[in-house]
Design a binder for this molecule. Structure first.
Ligand SMILES: CC(C)(COP(=O)(O)OP(=O)(O)OC[C@H]1O[C@@H](n2cnc3c(N)ncnc32)[C@H](O)[C@@H]1OP(=O)(O)O)[C@@H](O)C(=O)NCCC(=O)NCCS
Length: 196
């Protein structure tokens, strides 16, 4: 079956970046990023080292099972860990209202913000998702107050509809971050606006 021969997360070099699978050596970078209050502003809390260790193990198990899990972004020149950006299949214990789906998600260290790095990585993986994995649609979601993340979704020509706003099932109903927006990009839209 063709499915078996596709590497769903190949190592890709884009202009300034290496996009690749998670490895054990990414732990220190992940720990530092997840402990940064600026990075975690729109998450319930910063993460202590032990939680990042668990997160890395989960990501590596998932990429073994599904082929990809929010791949690593690395600086091409220096090899520095910049964060993650890429495709993922959400597997929360409680399903999302729009499951099943392929999402594109991102989290970068502040030094990598404001340089178009997330956009460069996201465009590469979106192209891969539609052209190689033959995805019908790629979604992204974030809390309503995360404007930086939504601006990136808009730069990628993803579309939102307020009627699809939802409460994240993993947060308490009265949590300040519970309300989320959903952005969608289908393959026809990708073909018309993102291919060049
Ligand atoms: C969300 C996040 C990835 C967005 O990063 P970002 O750097 O703003 O996004 P982009 O890669 O699209 O970069 C765009 C910015 O770079 C600037 N830029 C500079 N050089 C550029 C270039 N060569 N190409 C494109 N944009 C460039 C743009 O002008 C824009 O700046 P602006 O936002 O001030 O207008 C980042 O803020 C982050 O990791 N946040 C913390 C984690 C988080 O909230 N994740 C999302 C949870 S759902």
């Amino acid at each position: 079956m063709i499915e078996d021969v596709i590497d769903k997360c190949p190592r890709i070099e884009s202009g300034r970046l290496v996009l690749r699978k998670w490895e054990e050596r990414d732990l220190d970078g992940l720990v530092e990023m997840n402990a940064d209050a600026r990075v975690m502003e729109f998450f319930p809390a910063v993460m202590p080292r032990v939680e990042s260790e668990i997160m890395l193990q989960r990501l590596m198990v998932k990429q073994d099972q599904l082929g990809f899990a929010c791949p690593v972004v690395e600086d091409l020149e220096s090899g520095r860990f910049l964060g993650f950006c890429g495709l993922n299949v959400p597997t929360y214990p409680i399903p999302l209202p729009f499951d099943p789906c392929i999402e594109i998600g991102w989290r970068l260290i502040p030094d990598a913000w404001g340089k178009g790095i997330a956009q460069e990585a996201a465009r590469t993986w979106i192209r891969f998702g539609f052209e190689t994995l033959q995805a019908e649609e790629i979604v992204s979601f974030t809390t309503v107050t995360n404007v930086r993340s939504q601006k990136l979704m808009q730069r990628l020509h993803m579309m939102t509809d307020a009627a699809e706003d939802f409460d994240h099932p993993m947060l308490e109903p009265d949590h300040p971050l519970v309300r989320h927006v959903l952005y969608r990009l289908n393959k026809d839209c990708f073909a018309s606006v993102l291919q060049n």
